[in-house]
Design a protein around this ligand. Structure first.
Ligand code: SF4
Length: 684
């Protein structure tokens, strides 16, 4: 290393609960290494394999370096470089023309390509609010579970992750923690060494399930049935904390009646698991203290996902687990952070207008809709940032058709030429996390992290904020908020009495002040202040006030043509569609894979390593089959999310997933999907 070498503190921007603290080593303006900050207790100096390769991703030979204009048909990926002035002028002219007729015909489309509060929804939200564009319902990952938590605990809150290390029973529900919550897994391992029992509930026999004492491989979409049967056993065996229930919950008698309809035998038939497994788990949960549940979002990607999260979130209050720091449930901690969203996003710029809302999970249908009184104007322009909908949105045959519309003006801010970028009219090179300021909350711990730029923007790339600032100027938006720079935006994210910004500047992170056992004495952020087994708010919407099991839209066994249930969890070395183009990670994954149980494979004449067609009425894709124990019988696991153009036939697993929505939160139902599988040829 040279005298020019320096290290810069930052934060991992990716959609992962761990929100690690990064240290980037920079040599002569080039990021040469990214490692975990050992001073940040949650990171503890360790990053996952994916982000350990961040320098490779940042200085990747295929980084977009200049603005570009499409020269070939949509999807062809043929572009020519243009100047920033030409790109921004073109965008401002096109958006201005559309907005002069109806600004709602412009749609922003973004998600968690960065979780940063500044490069996510700050200047971008201000711009679209000022324009009066359609609002986007950002549902694609966590909407059903988030709503389930809000209706039960009052917000996306739960136990503090660090205390899992002291639990005596840990139920890992719908999470492959080794792949997607690595730092929690370290805590679970510590608890295991100290004698804790680990139980994994997941249709797939994941790396995590293999390492737990017990694996309950239920059918996809049956988690609420299992949770209700656990309640049944807690009630009938008297494993309840009556004082906690009396003092800190709402609706126990009604929940009791509901749960008594779910003896273990009924749930065992629905979940297709042994009755004894349910009875044993209930006994363990009812009699072990402290007991902790790490819930993750996989299980809520089905029709009844919101109810399932509600059912699981009721369990800790029944046994009084919240009394202990190491007891309770954690799905997300994001609701603990008092983010000043209105200051960042400035909804006041709507100035009384109430644009329609488009659900990002139905973008395939919505891009193909004509104008109507119910829908409003046809979507004429989409501005995509921090997202890759052509690869990740469900029922991608329709998504591709929508983005291929010749009359749609599409702008994409990206690092790479993704499947979505290939459909852009104007493609803008965006900075990565190593090149910009940002500030981060977490959904897996309770620290705020600051991200400082470590290197100058690569090529001509610009920050998202800079792009929207420049567009605002061209559109004649003169409000002073469009002059805020990125450090100013970072400072606006929290009130000074909540987070000391100087501490963030000095050490890179700051911890929220909150008690170790936040709900030991109730005080849930619900309207009643109690854990709401019964939700009057849901009832007021005409919904069931109690949690229940809602069968999938596409229940296993309901279709002779499509007898296999499919889930599509992430391949271990990818994070949704991020990292698929990092060669060293793609080399580990090899190619798109479908995991299949030996009995399902042999009955179809399929051998391990064969190419297969996975299909239903929505579409089909081809991939390599791995026959083995990772898949339970009747369920196939289509690992995602490959870029379409890097998979066989230019398709991916979302060819077969559905746009139907969840019970709560209007979320997608990726894991509620019936398919058939057949051998296929090697060539396209
Ligand atoms: S993806 Fe998750 S585990 Fe990996 S570095 Fe980022 S926050 Fe940490």
């Amino acid at each position: 290393m040279t005298a020019e070498t320096l290290t810069v503190r930052g934060a991992c921007p990716h959609d992962c609960p761990d929100t690690c603290a990064l240290i980037t080593t920079v040599d002569n303006g080039v990021a040469i290494k990214v490692h975990g900050n050992p001073e940040h207790r949650h990171t503890d100096g360790v990053l996952c394999t994916k982000v350990s390769r961040y320098a490779e991703r940042t200085h990747h030979a295929e980084r977009l370096l200049t603005p570009m204009r499409r020269t070939g048909p949509k999807g062809s990926g043929r572009f020519e470089p243009i100047s920033w002035d030409e790109a921004l002028d073109t965008i401002a002219t096109r958006l201005g023309g559309i907005a002069s007729r109806d600004p709602q015909a412009v749609l922003p489309y973004s998600y968690a390509g960065t979780m940063g509060l500044v490069q996510g929804e700050s200047m971008a939200a201000r711009f679209f609010h000022r324009l009066g564009a359609s609002l986007l319902d950002r549902t694609i990952c966590a909407a059903a579970g988030g709503e389930g938590l809000v209706q039960t605990l009052g917000a996306k809150v739960g136990m503090k992750v660090e205390h899992f290390a002291r639990a005596k029973l840990i139920v890992i529900w719908g999470s492959n923690s080794i792949g997607s919550n690595l730092h929690f897994w370290k805590l679970a391992q510590q608890a295991k060494r100290d004698g804790a029992r680990l139980v994994c509930i997941d249709p797939r026999r994941t790396e995590t399930a293999e390492k737990c004492h017990e694996h309950i491989a239920l059918r996809p979409g049956t988690d609420a049935a299992l949770a209700l049967a656990l309640m049944h056993q807690l009630i009938t065996n008297g494993w309840l904390d009556h004082d906690y229930i009396r003092d800190h919950t709402l609706g126990f008698e009604a929940l009791r009646e509901r749960a008594l309809q779910w003896p273990p035998e009924r749930a065992a038939a629905v979940c297709d698991v042994p009755v004894q497994q349910i009875i044993d788990l209930a006994r363990a949960y009812g009699t072990t203290k402290p007991a902790a549940i790490r819930l993750n979002y996989g299980m809520q990607r089905v029709r009844g996902g919101g109810n399932a999260v509600r059912a699981v979130a009721c369990l800790p209050a029944l046994v009084g687990a919240w009394r202990h720091a190491a007891g309770g449930v954690l799905l997300s901690s994001s609701g603990q952070f008092p983010v000043e969203r209105a200051a960042l996003q400035r909804p006041d710029l709507l100035a009384g207008r109430q644009p329609r809302t488009i659900n990002m999970s139905t973008i395939g249908d919505d891009l193909l809709r004509e104008a109507s009184p119910a829908f409003g104007p046809k979507i004429e322009a989409v501005v995509v940032y921090n997202s890759n909908p052509v690869a990740v949105a469900p029922e991608s045959g329709k998504v591709v058709r929508g983005f291929a519309r010749d009359d749609l003006f599409t702008v994409v801010l990206e690092h790479f030429r993704t499947d979505t970028a290939d459909h852009a009219d104007i493609l803008l090179p965006a900075t990565t996390q190593l090149e910009h300021w940002d500030i981060h909350t977490s959904y897996g711990h309770t620290d705020v992290l600051l991200n400082r730029p470590a290197i100058a923007p690569v090529g001509q790339s610009r920050t998202n904020t800079d792009v929207f600032r420049a567009l605002a100027r061209r559109m004649g938006f003169t409000e002073p908020c469009f002059d805020d720079d990125d450090e100013t935006l970072c400072r606006q994210a929290f009130r000074p009495d909540v987070i000391d910004f100087q501490q963030l500047l000095d050490q890179g992170f700051a911890t929220l002040k909150m008690p170790d056992a936040p709900y030991a004495n109730g005080g849930f952020p619900t309207p009643s202040g109690r854990c709401e087994f019964f939700s009057a708010r849901l009832q007021a919407q005409g919904l069931d006030g109690l949690p229940d099991h809602l069968p999938n839209h596409e229940p296993a066994g309901s279709s002779a043509a499509y007898p296999l249930a499919m889930i599509s969890p992430p391949a271990r070395n990818f994070l949704n569609s991020s990292f698929v183009n990092v060669q060293s990670l793609r080399d580990i994954e090899g190619e798109p894979v479908l995991e299949m149980h030996p009995a399902d494979a042999s009955s179809r004449g399929i051998g391990d390593g064969d190419m297969v067609r996975v299909f239903n009425d929505r579409g089909e894709y081809r991939c390599r089959v791995k026959v083995g124990a990772r898949a339970r019988r009747g369920v196939v696991n289509g690992l995602g999310i490959w870029w379409r153009k890097l998979g066989p036939d230019g398709t991916n697993v979302n060819e077969v997933t559905s746009q139907r929505l969840t019970d709560l939160g209007r979320g997608p139902t990726f894991y509620d999907c019936l398919v058939e599988v057949a051998r296929a040829g090697e060539a396209a």
